[in-house]
Design a protein around this ligand. Structure first.
Ligand code: PLP
Length: 398
């Protein structure tokens, strides 16, 4: 039966992690992996999460099934976080939200929903985008088409090209995937004015926006990061939002996220939500409990919520501080290229503009592990390794 099967190539980023682990050079640096790290190179458990887990250990009474949509009280937590407290959409009943296993689970359920109900819809994604977007939607039978986004010549955004392409080719009923903030892999975000232009276009062309919010709080602030998403949600009839709690609560392995659907009326939202429920049942039946219980415990206690907001701010400030330092130290190291664009990018990642050849030299000669695309995970930089990193980049860039 299985004789014809061939081993498929693994994720190149996982291969990079393994190569870094095997490297015996004490100066080695891992800028590949997409998780937050502190100045000691550790991915810490947040204090607010530890405290919530202690409460849960004490108070949890049952491990019985949760239900398809997860914990009922979690719906309001998802909506308050992504839309902001007291958003009129919440009281209108036009939005319904379900807990999912991470942002990935939310995207997979969205993909199944689109595939089964929006016949012929194509998914438009930024070029480049998070690698798993294409895999998830292709596996659900949805055709994925890129729109221009990153400009290697300027290390900036090709907004005009993006809109020209969508104007020319996006068809009514197609789905437009946007990153809410902290674009993975480039770190280049849409500005609020650009969100407004896209919102008008989406309405005019009758597209379904699907916004992926995996890094809320890592850019400029919990509310600031979703200003574009909120503008869009307030102005369109229909929208899907996939959000992740993996990064901003540091609960990666607990698999916690949310999928929200916005419809024209509350009865339409309920209908869409029931179909989403079917997709969940057929995929994984129901989500795991622990991550959502941690998030709920934090968000429903003002003192824990305040501590968590502080901890998100610390992660954000560390990354933005590192961006500033990288720009300064690269300039001081005498590098010929202008890297000042790094401080205008947001979130965990930076498209560094380093070529494949430069990335390979950094790996083989300096034990610095950066993805082949030049994407650096900024959180992997620390006060201990930044000088070596900048000197090495100067060496390969010239
Ligand atoms: N969307 C984007 C853009 C991501 O970068 C990630 C994670 O890397 C996800 C979604 C999924 O996150 P999760 O780990 O919650 O499934």
């Amino acid at each position: 039966m299985f004789k014809h099967l061939q081993v498929v190539p693994g994720d190149p980023l996982l291969a990079l992690i393994i190569a870094h682990q095997k490297d015996t050079n004490p100066k080695k640096i891992d800028l590949g992996v997409g998780v937050y790290k502190d100045d000691n190179g550790k991915t810490p458990i947040l204090n607010s999460v530890k405290k919530a887990e202690a409460i849960l250990l004490e108070q949890e009474e049952s491990k019985s099934y949760l239900g398809i949509y997860g914990a009922a009280e979690f719906e309001a937590i998802i909506q308050d976080l992504i839309l902001g407290d007291n958003n009129p959409l919440i009281t209108s009943g036009r939005i319904r939200s379900t807990q999912t296993p991470g942002g990935t689970g939310a995207l997979k359920v969205a993909a199944d929903f689109i595939s089964a109900n929006l016949s012929g819809a194509r998914l438009w994604v930024s070029d480049p985008t998070w690698g798993n977007h294409e895999s998830i939607f292709n596996s659900a039978g949805v055709e994925v088409t890129p729109y221009p986004y990153y400009d290697p010549a300027t290390n900036g955004l090709r907004f005009d090209d993006m809109m020209t392409k969508l104007e020319a080719e996006a068809k009514e009923g197609d789905v437009l995937l946007l990153h809410a903030c902290c674009h993975n892999p480039t770190g280049i975000d849409l500005q609020l004015e650009q969100w407004k232009v896209i919102t008008d276009f989406v309405k005019r062309r009758d597209l379904l926006p699907l916004v992926d919010a995996a890094y809320q709080g890592f850019g400029d602030g919990l509310d600031e990061d979703l200003a574009g998403l909120r503008h869009m949600a307030a102005n369109v009839d229909n929208m899907l939002i996939a959000n992740s709690f993996s990064k901003n609560f540091g609960i990666y392995r607990e698999r916690c996220g949310g999928l929200s659907v916005i419809a024209t009326t509350s009865s339409e939202a309920d209908a869409a939500f029931s179909i989403i429920g079917q997709a969940i049942r057929a995929n994984y039946s129901m989500p795991p409990a622990h991550g959502a219980a941690v998030v709920y415990t934090i968000m429903s206690r003002p003192e824990l919520k305040a501590e968590w907001e502080q901890e998100v701010a610390e992660m954000r400030n560390r990354i933005n501080g590192l961006r500033e330092k990288l720009v300064t130290k690269l300039a001081q190291s005498g590098v010929s290229k202008d890297f000042s664009f790094i401080k205008d990018q947001r979130g965990m990642f930076s498209y560094s503009g380093l070529t494949l050849e430069q990335v390979r030299r950094l790996r083989s000669e300096f034990s610095i592990y950066i993805a082949d695309t030049g994407r650096m995970s900024v959180a992997g930089v620390s006060d201990d390794n930044i000088d070596y990193l900048c000197a090495s980049i100067a060496e390969v860039v010239g």
